[in-house]
Design a protein around this ligand. Structure first.
Ligand code: AMP
Length: 289
């Protein structure tokens, strides 16, 4: 497979569309990796996977205002475009980085919303009601601008992955969503741009979320039956460490449907969790085999 000359940095929609049209004209398949930047090895794993799959690789770096509530960290979210550009240049194989400003992405009168009512109101959506609608709007716009054949997303944000698959299906985007397993620090903490908000003490404690979800998964895997007691014990264990649990749940993986007390699990399931350590909200999950 070819590899590129220089990586383009594009900040506006018009040249982005022109480049993508030229790729299509030349019959080159496009793989797209949407991100909010502040790139870490989790993001880079997606880029590596994208490079294997298509002729052209596009990475977007955009902190999407529509997925943040006023009290959340939109203004302080780490923005490191120069460093990210350098990281991707060094990695090689990326053809184009799309890094628009909020005003380049959204016209002032852009008033659309997209909803998947069941999926966007559960789990993270219960405490972040604006979040998935904002994600869906930006992804729909990016998918229309780029027309990728493949989009690479992390299992780390499991609900986002399921919702994106549903969005693609519901709106008939001719796109294959390819998921990539979560990349972790040596102690098990899932890599995330928000980990840098943790104090040294909180950082030491943080892997307990993953370890606790793994314990729940081991229980369900051993019994093949879902019991609320296991989840309750996991929540109590985290609470006893001063961690504020948002949710820990076991759901079916493909559609995030609930599993009832005592139900024998019948298809792939996932233990999903979100918890606040200090001021930092972390999410993680463990997928059944
Ligand atoms: P973000 O920049 O946080 O919006 O993430 C952009 C993409 O990278 C999403 O598809 C995430 O699921 C994915 N991602 C973030 N962290 C990880 C990780 N630790 N391992 C794998 N993928 C990740």
């Amino acid at each position: 497979m070819k590899r590129r000359s220089t990586m383009k940095l594009i900040k506006d929609k018009t040249p982005l569309k022109a480049h993508c049209a030229a790729y299509r004209e030349a019959q080159q398949a496009i793989a797209f990796v949407p991100t909010m930047g502040n790139l870490h090895n989790g993001h880079l794993r997606l880029v590596e996977a994208a490079k294997q799959k298509a002729d052209k690789v596009i990475v977007s770096i955009f902190v999407n205002p529509r997925q943040f509530a006023p009290h959340e960290d939109y203004n302080t979210y780490p923005r490191t475009l120069e460093k990210d550009y350098e990281t991707l240049s060094k990695l090689g194989g990326v053809d184009l980085v799309f890094a628009p400003s909020a005003s380049a992405m959204y016209s002032a009168d852009c008033d659309i919303s997209i909803h998947l009512p069941r999926l966007e109101t559960i789990l993270c959506g219960a405490s972040r009601p604006h979040f998935f609608s904002g994600v869906m709007v930006v992804l729909a716009k990016l998918f229309n601008l780029i027309s990728p054949q493949f989009v690479f997303m992390g299992e780390k944000d499991f609900q986002q992955l399921v919702i994106t698959r549903e969005l693609v299906k519901a709106l008939d985007f001719p796109i294959e969503i390819i998921s990539v397993p979560t990349v972790r620090e040596p102690d098990g903490l899932a890599m995330s741009s928000r980990n840098q908000y943790l104090s040294a003490k909180e950082r030491e404690l943080a892997p307990v979320l993953y370890n606790t979800l793994k314990r729940v998964a081991a229980d369900v895997a051993a019994s093949q039956v879902f019991s609320k007691k296991t989840v309750q014990q996991a929540k109590e264990a985290l609470a006893s460490l001063g961690i504020v649990v948002d949710y820990i749940e076991v759901r079916y993986a493909s559609d995030l449907r609930e599993i009832k007390e005592g139900e024998v699990v019948s298809r792939q399931w996932v233990v999903v969790g979100a918890a606040v350590i200090g001021k930092t909200r972390l999410i993680d999950n463990v997928l059944s085999g």
